[in-house]
Design a protein around this ligand. Structure first.
Ligand SMILES: NC(=O)C1=CN([C@@H]2O[C@H](COP(=O)(O)OP(=O)(O)OC[C@H]3O[C@@H](n4cnc5c(N)ncnc54)[C@H](O)[C@@H]3O)[C@@H](O)[C@H]2O)C=CC1
Ligand SMILES: O=C(CO)COP(=O)(O)O
Length: 346
């Protein structure tokens, strides 16, 4: 298969490398000539994936149109803020029969639209050729061939299976799913919680606090997801709890590390500069807080984090406030499903 990967950062490079390892004819497009040259000459991407050896078959270019021409599979893998311009520029160049995949974990701003929703708006009639790739997968481990599982969601089973076949190998196991909304939102919203867990870690709070944030975080991102049309079950899968675990517990996570830096007293812009890569959780926190307000969904952790990111409250004060909220029943509102008699107090 002739494949084109748009975005030569950590995730684009790792995914392009999976495709090249599987024997596909892959070109990765990047805007940075130094990165492109390093991939072609040294089979490395030291700026984004230091030490990760790449397939010598992986070819990189700065020629945007040339990369997309004749590609049977086009993968978007840039930060969400960069996505809209890229989709507009690529839309007229992508073949009418190409499968389109995106691996972006964020919303477009300021309108808070899911990425596949945005692609469908710009490129009408692509829904059946469009798939989302998500799941617990740090690029640093994928490029080293560490066993990893991801999920591909599409409105079309045949598209999902085509993408599954393209990426699947002995180290990279790919599941299919039909819940595009849930898979997209699971991967996007977990970044909020990872920022929060990083903050509490940086404050020196313990494992109990982490578990509390992850569990109650999952409850509130499920609530928002369900209100936006996702299946609650998806949040128990790879794109939900799976990605939440890997992002909240790993030093690879840029979101987790940003939270930790904020806890040391660094300003947000200083923390982001130090990370030097995509930290989607920041804009996602603001997007989710706005969506929660529009859809009347209770998201206390997201709201607290938004206040911390704006500098309105300290991380310590936010934790204290969360702990002293009005008492509630644990299961009352998970996924907005009515409680059955088994779960209700009699
Ligand atoms: N790194 C990872 O392990 C994973 C990342 N993701 C998601 O993948 C998406 C991309 O993130 P990463 O590759 O990790 O980010 P990154 O920070 O490692 O790389 C970003 C890449 O996008 C390029 N870029 C930025 N702005 C651009 C623009 N305006 N036009 C063209 N190119 C531009 C940069 O030059 C760089 O090549 C994000 O939504 C992230 O959440 C998803 C799963 C795993
Ligand atoms: O989504 C990821 C892992 O699945 C990567 O998370 P970070 O963007 O926080 O590094």
């Amino acid at each position: 298969m002739k494949a084109c990967v748009l975005g030569a950062g950590s995730w684009g490079t790792a995914l392009a490398n999976v495709l090249a390892t599987n024997g596909h004819d892959v070109v990765i497009w990047g805007r940075d000539e130094a990165v492109v040259n390093a991939i072609n000459k040294d089979h490395l991407n030291p700026r984004y994936l230091p030490g990760g050896a790449l397939s010598p078959l992986l070819h990189a270019t700065t020629d945007f149109a040339g990369a997309i021409r004749d590609a049977e599979l086009v993968l978007f893998s840039v930060p969400s803020q960069a996505l809209p311009v890229l989709v507009s520029d690529a839309s007229a160049l992508i073949s009418q029969t190409a499968v389109i995949v995106h691996a972006v974990k964020g919303f477009t701003r300021p309108n808070n639209v899911r990425i596949s929703e945005h692609i469908n708006l710009v490129m009408p009639n692509v829904e059946k050729r469009l798939a989302v790739l998500s799941g617990p997968s740090h690029a640093e481990e994928v490029v080293r061939g560490m066993p990893t599982t991801v999920v591909i969601a599409s409105a079309s089973q045949s598209t999902a299976e085509t993408v599954q076949d393209a990426f699947m190998n002995a180290q990279f196991r790919v599941y299919t799913q039909a819940d595009v909304v849930g898979v997209e939102l699971g991967g996007t919203l977990k970044n909020i919680i990872a920022l929060g867990v990083g903050l509490t870690d940086g404050l020196g709070l313990g494992d109990n606090t982490k578990a509390a944030l992850m569990t109650r975080g999952l409850a509130e991102i499920t609530r928002l997801g369900v209100s936006l049309g996702a299946s609650p079950l998806t949040f128990s899968g790879l794109a939900g709890i799976g990605d939440l675990i890997v992002t909240c517990t790993s030093n690879h996570s840029r979101n987790f590390r940003t939270g930790r830096l904020l806890a040391t007293g660094l300003a947000l812009n200083e923390a982001l500069e130090q990370i030097g890569m995509a930290v989607e959780g920041v804009s996602t926190t603001f997007a989710a807080a706005e969506l929660a307000q529009t859809h009347q969904v209770d998201m206390p952790i997201t709201t607290a984090l938004k206040c911390v990111l704006k500098g309105d409250v300290t991380p310590g004060a936010a934790v204290r406030e969360l702990m002293q909220r009005e008492r509630s029943h644990e299961m009352e509102d998970v996924g907005q499903r009515p409680l059955t008699h088994h779960w209700r107090f009699s």
